[in-house]
Design a protein around this ligand. Structure first.
Ligand code: SF4
Length: 315
């Protein structure tokens, strides 16, 4: 069945004078595509659905705009302003009382509260719950790639670093974000999965041990590919050029999808990733050769000290 499309989205599309509309969904929402496309057709729009993979608002399907007036990207907040793209949130609710599970693990009464975009609408209620339990909560204002209050991304932990709080409470699923927060902020991190109720203290120690092993493997390789993404929200050409200048063995390689097969075919001894930072950290086991973060490559090149090791973020 067709899904009803919010009057708010229809008003935004009409406000932009759109007749042809392209839709893009991340993996978890792709099954909504047919229903939403049908709802928009019923409302009088011509619709194209992007069938390509999509990892974030950094990964806009801009090709569709050759055939559509506006691209509607579902499930993420914008990482860049574009007049022909609408980012439609997909909020996910949970029972706020699950915060009770986190209280015993908090050591401080002054904490930062952060979450991911799908729960950002619950921040005021989360703040209120924590304050009613005697906790002084700091929620950073949204800015840049993370426009919502208290929002973090896998490539941007600004909201967790803000302020003098010694501790961060991350409310969300998975451990990558809290590990990134620990490394980026150097604060104690408690992670609460609001869907399972599981709570744990998270550190960056295990990730750092794994990364040091990858760096050792990259030491002394004869050729280095500096990967630059052609996706607009991940493209860091200036950084890539600066990194390539650190060694005559390094060459900039531009790619859209960074896959193990393509890295193998290209044949470099190691790569430095300036595309989505999570590629190097999450996917190293899939890659045939070491894939370093920019900061790791700077350490191997002598341009950064070990004490300055940090997680890669896109600012
Ligand atoms: S660059 Fe990676 S972590 Fe950042 S928004 Fe895109 S997919 Fe997410």
């Amino acid at each position: 069945m067709w899904l009803s499309v919010t009057s708010d989205l229809i008003a935004k599309l009409k406000g932009l004078g759109a007749h042809r509309v392209a839709l893009q969904f991340p993996a978890g929402l792709k099954r909504k595509a047919a229903g939403i496309a049908g709802g928009l057709r019923e409302a009088g729009f011509e619709v194209i659905v992007s069938g390509d993979s999509c990892y974030g608002a950094c990964d806009l399907s801009l090709d569709t705009l050759r055939f559509a007036d506006v691209l509607v990207h579902f499930g993420h907040a914008p990482v860049e302003d574009r007049p022909d793209v609408i980012c439609e949130p997909w909020p996910v609710d949970f029972d706020i009382s699950v915060l009770h599970n986190a209280l015993p693990l908090l050591r401080s009464t002054s904490i930062s509260l952060v979450t991911t975009v799908q729960h950002a609408h619950l921040i005021p209620e989360l703040e209120q719950y924590l304050r009613s339990h005697g906790i002084d909560v700091l929620v950073a204002e949204g800015s840049g790639r993370t426009p919502h209050r208290g929002q973090v991304l896998g490539c941007c932990f600004t909201a967790a670093k803000a302020g003098p709080t010694p501790e961060v409470l991350f409310v969300g699923t998975g451990v990558f974000h809290p590990i990134g927060i620990a490394l980026a902020s150097r604060k104690r991190v408690v992670a609460l999965d609001p869907l399972t109720g599981r709570v744990q203290e998270v550190t960056g120690h295990t990730l750092m041990r794994r990364r040091f092993a990858v760096m050792e493997k990259a030491r002394g390789v004869e050729t280095i590919g500096i990967i630059v993404s052609s996706k607009t929200g991940q493209q860091r050409m200036e950084l890539a050029r600066r990194l390539a200048a650190l060694s005559p063995r390094a060459v900039v390689v531009m790619m859209c999808e960074v896959s193990p097969d393509e890295l193998l075919n290209l044949g470099f001894g190691a790569y430095v990733n300036t595309a989505c930072p999570r590629l190097a950290y999450d996917d190293q086991v899939r890659f045939p050769v070491p894939v370093l973060s920019p900061q790791e490559y700077e350490i191997l090149s002598g341009a950064r000290s070990w004490d300055e090791y940090t997680i890669d973020e896109i600012s």
